[in-house]
Design a protein around this ligand. Structure first.
Ligand SMILES: [Zn+2]
Length: 274
């Protein structure tokens, strides 16, 4: 009887915490472009780093979770998360498995968008630097939305991670997911956040970046119109822009990217979050 009582007490204490997490975590996928979740049992909130990049930590005392974005170009095999707790350093090891992403061949009629001229290159270099800083933003908040709503209505037209060839020339893999929709279709925030940057970029066209906290950044590209200003606070389903075809684009669609620790990851892992 006494043992049963203890068991019930343990269940009462343990289950609610796991349920809270079960509702909030993205889907784990230990492959390039995926997300790895590591449990950390320390009293105080630790700090965690993956290849020197600060990693999101959520949870509460003795029940922390590190949410790690895994780069598309990572080596297959064992990797480690460096955890610092009250000055003491420890390593958490985990395995990354192989995933074969398909190749995609695209024809871009505007050749300047594939082989930019000298003037374009100067602009692109500036934009790459600016965008890199935006993706590196860190806002230290504890409650982070890890369950997203789809940002526009329409079918997925290009998967995340495709190995891309523009006019038969190899380029970076597809760092987001494409949703096909008519020009002017509303694009909405998938979760609460702050508009940290808007701009009209050479490749990405009219773009909005949202900061959801602790390095979770989302990006919306090729917009026809931008309907938010930098610094604005948005809630789930708030209008941020409309679908368009600005920048290097083959037709009206939304390109949507999700970044964790400055690494692009599969957006669907947040849409179908556990
Ligand atoms: Zn895309």
């Amino acid at each position: 009887m006494k043992n049963k009582l203890i068991l019930y007490l343990v269940l009462i204490l343990v289950i609610p915490i796991n349920l809270v997490f079960a509702d909030k975590l993205p889907i784990e996928s230990n492959v390039p472009g995926g997300i790895v979740i590591i449990s950390i049992q320390t009293d105080d909130k630790p700090e965690a780093f993956f290849y020197k990049r600060k990693v999101m930590i959520i949870g509460s005392s003795n029940n922390w979770k590190a949410i790690i974005g895994i780069p598309l170009k990572i080596e297959i095999g064992e990797h480690k998360l460096k955890v610092i707790n009250n000055g003491a350093e420890s390593n958490y090891f985990f395995e990354i498995l192989d995933k074969k992403y398909e190749a995609q061949y695209l024809t871009i009629k505007n050749k300047r968008k594939v082989n930019p001229n000298k003037e374009d290159m100067e602009r692109i270099t500036k934009e790459i630097k600016l965008i890199k800083n935006v993706k590196n933003s860190w806002r230290e908040i504890n409650s982070i939305p890890l369950k997203f709503q789809k940002p526009t209505v329409g079918p997925y037209s290009s998967a995340f991670g495709l190995r891309r060839f523009f006019n038969n020339q190899p380029r970076n893999p597809h760092g987001g997911i494409d949703i096909a929709a008519a020009e002017g279709t509303p694009v909405t925030a998938p979760a609460a956040g702050i508009v940290i940057n808007t701009g009209n970029y050479f490749f990405n066209g009219k773009t909005v970046f949202l900061d959801h906290g602790q390095g979770l950044i989302t990006m919306y590209c090729h917009l026809n119109e931008i309907n938010v200003a930098e610094g604005a606070h948005v809630n789930t389903n708030d209008l941020i822009g409309t679908v368009g075809s600005t920048g290097r684009s083959t037709g009206a669609h939304l390109h949507w990217s999700v970044y964790l620790n400055n690494t692009t990851v599969e957006p669907l892992l947040f849409l179908n979050a556990k």
